[in-house]
Design a protein. Structure first.
Length: 239
């Protein structure tokens, strides 16, 4: 699994440089930025201290939607659970959830919000999972670079730069999500919208073996729906 650390519209170039240094020391090599060029500022390089290559090779995205399209799994950082979702994980639990994915996730993104206001609600809604550090007090909150360092340390054993495994592209988590988004409305089940929401929220929590089962299930549903569409409509003729 390749794990990228994503900074959304950071405000302080020193934080970007310090984040790059934290990632390098923990063995991570993928720093992505959303709508920012702060990695090019001298102040960022002042704090990078031997991690300038991460700044020089940072991948830039125009918005978080572009990041969403580039990864199989997107994890948003949030100070507390949001929107009654049950997928908010402290870092140790997140580590285990990621480790359970095996080769079903080729690329995952861990997304950090702005220093002054974090991630917007709609940005958190776009994430598959949410994570945060339980803190003893609400304020002061963690600095952006501090947060990156803590996550990099906790997740450092996940072979961040490993080559994607042998799972076919259509069996990976991102492709499975897209298949379910197509299939679930076609089932025309009672309370279909709630079923779809439930399935898509729990999909990122599944283990590698469970994801393989969902892959097989999707294939069976696709064949069944295609067969039903190919059946000729009975012509009863005139009464």
């Amino acid at each position: 699994m390749q794990l990228a650390f994503v900074l959304v519209e950071p405000k302080v170039p020193e934080n970007v440089g310090a984040a790059a240094r934290a990632l390098c020391t923990m063995g991570f090599g993928h720093l992505w930025l959303v709508n920012s060029d702060l990695h090019t500022k001298p102040e960022a390089h002042w704090l990078a201290h031997g991690s300038d290559h991460l700044l020089d090779n940072a991948r830039i995205f125009p918005d978080l939607a572009a990041v969403r399209n580039a990864v199989d799994l997107m994890i948003g950082t949030s100070a507390k659970p949001r929107h009654n979702r049950h997928d908010w994980h402290p870092p140790a639990a997140l580590r285990q959830t990621l480790a359970n994915k095996g080769d079903r996730v080729a690329t995952a993104a861990l997304v950090f919000g702005r220093e002054d206001r974090g991630l917007a609600n709609e940005e958190l809604d776009a994430c598959d999972l949410l994570t945060g550090f339980p803190m003893a007090v609400t304020y002061p909150s963690l600095n952006l670079a501090q947060s990156v360092m803590l996550y990099a340390w906790e997740l450092s054993g996940l072979a961040a730069d490993a080559t994607p495994g042998p799972a076919p592209a259509d069996a990976r988590l991102g492709a499975l999500r897209q298949r379910l988004e197509r299939l679930l409305p076609a089932l025309d089940a009672p309370d279909g919208s709630k079923l779809q929401q439930w399935a898509l929220e729990r999909l990122p929590l599944l283990t590698e073996r469970d994801l393989g089962f969902v892959h097989t299930l999707c294939g069976n549903l696709e064949r069944r729906l295609a067969g039903a569409a190919d059946k000729p409509t009975p012509d009863n003729g005139p009464a």
